[in-house]
Design a protein around this ligand. Structure first.
Ligand SMILES: O=C[C@H](O)COP(=O)(O)O
Length: 252
């Protein structure tokens, strides 16, 4: 039985005071949502206040990226030990915006994933195809490549916390959403790949989230499918009421 997970990716939005305004409004709205794992991923400067504000609640805090090393001369980077030290529990890895604007590759995804698992951070590894790749019939090839390199050398014995987010790039921030059928097919393919690359047991327990223009009114149709175990939400997670509605509508 996979516990549903709904994560908010705030991207480069919200200063610390706005993060606190969010949690003040949001926490009472989800006080009874024990069935869903809820994660907020603020920017680095709001991690600390978000962790303090959610202490003692069932809401977890994750980072939007990290380096794979513990420390070193890497200006601007944040390490897994730094995330551990402040109490972050989850980390997004390989979001398409990191791949597009910050040169992240399947190889760096792989190094970050190994590091996150070693540091007991729950990794949410993002994969997904571009519009042209879908239109030319290459979606599964792209997913296969991202996963085979991203998951290379991962020890199945420590892979249980792995979470995958399927985010078709053409659906991110565009208002275009994958149909439930498109999303479920991709998730099914991803699960089969995990079975081959890691093990059938890990494939069965891995949560696979959908991301791309998830809103309160489409959350139920996307999140209730056999292979979809939750959502990674961008724009609609910035507003506490809308994000709480997505969580409520997903658990119907
Ligand atoms: O990480 C979240 C995704 O990029 C989805 O963003 P969006 O909900 O604004 O389309």
């Amino acid at each position: 039985m996979r516990k549903p997970l709904i994560a908010a990716n705030w991207k480069m939005y919200k200063i610390p005071a706005e993060a606190i305004d969010f949690t003040d409004a949001f926490l009472p709205l989800v006080a009874n949502q024990e069935k869903t794992e809820i994660v907020l991923c603020p920017s680095m400067t709001s991690l600390g206040v978000a962790i303090a504000a959610t202490k003692g609640t069932q809401v977890h805090i994750g980072a939007q990226t990290m380096h794979w090393l513990d420390n070193g001369a890497y200006t601007g980077e944040t390490s897994p030990t730094m995330l551990n030290a402040i109490g972050a529990t989850h980390v997004l890895i390989g979001h398409s915006e990191r791949r597009q604007y910050f040169n992240e590759t399947d190889e760096t995804v792989n190094m970050k994933l190994k590091s996150a698992l070693a540091h007991k951070l729950i990794p949410i590894v993002c994969v997904g195809e571009q519009k042209a790749e879908r239109e030319s019939g290459h979606t599964n090839d792209v997913l296969q490549q991202q996963l085979s390199i991203g998951l290379q050398g991962i020890d199945p014995a420590i892979a249980t916390p792995l979470v995958i987010a399927y985010e078709p790039v053409w659906a991110i921030g565009t208002g275009l959403t994958a149909t439930p059928q498109i999303a479920d097919d991709a998730h099914k393919f991803i699960r089969a790949q995990i079975a081959e690359l890691l093990s059938p047991a890990i494939a069965a327990s891995t949560r696979i989230l959908y991301g791309g223009s998830v809103k309160p009114d489409n959350a139920a149709s996307l999140c209730c499918l056999e292979n979809i175990d939750g959502a990674l939400v961008g724009g609609a997670s910035l507003d506490p009421i809308s994000f709480a509605q997505i969580i409520a509508n997903s658990s119907i």
